[in-house]
Design a protein around this ligand. Structure first.
Ligand SMILES: *Cc1c(COP(=O)(O)O)cnc(C)c1O
Length: 367
């Protein structure tokens, strides 16, 4: 055996492209920064969640409830689910990773779509499995392409519905068709991080399909409409056998005490969620219309963000727009890593931020 000079990660780890979060800083001297790069809520968290975290602060010597019981019960009550079929996690990222770690062996394959959430690829590679990215059609998941990619080695299909960073979704009959075409031992992961925002009659987040199948799971997050990205709270709704397996692999206290209480308070504050939804409805439509009127192509979005495409050539490219907006305090998201070298993703912000970005782009396009 060769004697190595230092510890080496297992094969494949150094091939992982580390996740690059959205920027949050503007250059020195910018008066006000509007962070529109991570799909955070312009309304912030519920005041009740803030209060709940303050209360926990005085009792931080105690370990949290490792089973997140109160949080699972609050989620179950709000959605009409059995709390035994819910597992909470340190953001939904964690539970996506747990799925990979629990169900993928070296050489197994996990499928996702070409512009799908980057975390799927990262965790697939971390589990020493093979990431399989399939083509989309019109920046939207293509069920036939996914089914065509299934092999004997496929164990997981990850589908963000709606997807980030495109904001597109597939109707629920398409999700059903996808499920019907998968072998029974393949897990279909429906990542519904943006489900609360969707206003379409043909959309469903997938709870019913989870309830009526053995191989479908749905993941959700408190990071988006609940405005609690910093608290790191996610959850999965899954068949009992899958919950049982994930519970064996997860950290024993994976959700911290402040997160549990913030989540319970947020789940009960329906008025705050409604306000966030109403804000998004109004400004998603407004931004789509205004940006399109500037001659920019906007991918039709049902989420809390828009993917804005820029012109070829340097002058009015996404990179140039990003630089121009950043100088003025508007921080959007570069999405080259998602296969969109000439687009920016913009989170629906406050009225001030939304109007500010459009006004700045009017000026930018005159340069
Ligand atoms: C934001 C997002 C999540 C949520 O991640 P958290 O870890 O819960 O903050 C999950 N999936 C997609 C597609 C997202 O965009």
């Amino acid at each position: 055996m060769t004697e190595l000079q230092r510890p080496q990660p297992k094969p494949g780890v150094m091939d992982i492209a580390a996740y690059v979060p959205g920027k949050s800083a503007a250059p020195a001297g910018v008066a006000k920064v509007h962070k529109l790069s991570s799909n955070e809520s312009p309304l912030g968290p519920s005041p009740k969640a803030i209060e709940a975290v303050r209360d926990v602060a005085a009792k931080l010597e105690f370990y949290p409830d490792g089973a997140s019981t109160r949080l699972r019960e609050a989620i179950a009550e709000a959605h009409g689910l059995n709390p035994a079929n819910i597992l909470c996690s340190n953001g939904s990222d964690e539970v996506l990773g747990l799925l990979a770690l629990t169900y993928l062996q070296p050489g197994d394959e996990a499928i996702f779509t070409e512009h799908g959430f980057l975390v799927y690829r990262i965790y697939t590679q971390a589990a020493s499995a093979v990431p399989v990215a399939v083509k989309e059609t019109d920046e939207t998941a293509d069920v036939d392409a996914i089914l065509a990619a299934v092999t004997e080695k496929t164990r997981i299909v990850f589908l963000a519905n709606p997807n980030n960073p495109t904001g597109t979704y597939i109707p629920f009959d398409e999700v059903r068709r996808l499920h019907a075409g998968l072998p029974k031992h393949v897990i279909l992961v429906l990542d519904a991080a943006y489900a609360e925002y969707v206003r379409r009659n043909d959309y469903e987040s997938g709870m019913e399909l989870v309830s009526s199948s053995h191989n479908v799971v749905m993941t959700r997050t408190f990071s988006k409409i609940h405005g609690l990205g910093g608290a790191r709270i996610g959850w999965i709704y899954a068949p009992a056998e899958i919950i049982d397996a994930l519970n064996r692999v997860r950290g024993p206290f994976n959700v911290n005490a402040a997160a549990i209480e913030a989540g319970v308070a947020a789940m009960k504050d329906r008025a705050h969620v409604e306000a966030a939804l109403a804000h998004n409805d109004k400004w998603l439509a407004w931004l789509t219309q205004e940006l399109t009127a500037l001659g920019l192509r906007v991918t039709p979005s049902v989420g809390n963000f828009v993917l804005v495409h820029f012109a070829d050539g340097e002058r009015h490219s996404a990179a140039a727009a990003d630089e121009y907006l950043t100088q003025r305090g508007y921080i959007l998201r570069r999405v080259a890593g998602y296969g969109f070298p000439n687009a920016l993703r913009m989170t629906i912000g406050t009225e001030e931020a939304n109007r500010g970005v459009v006004a700045a782009l009017v000026e930018f396009l005159k340069t």
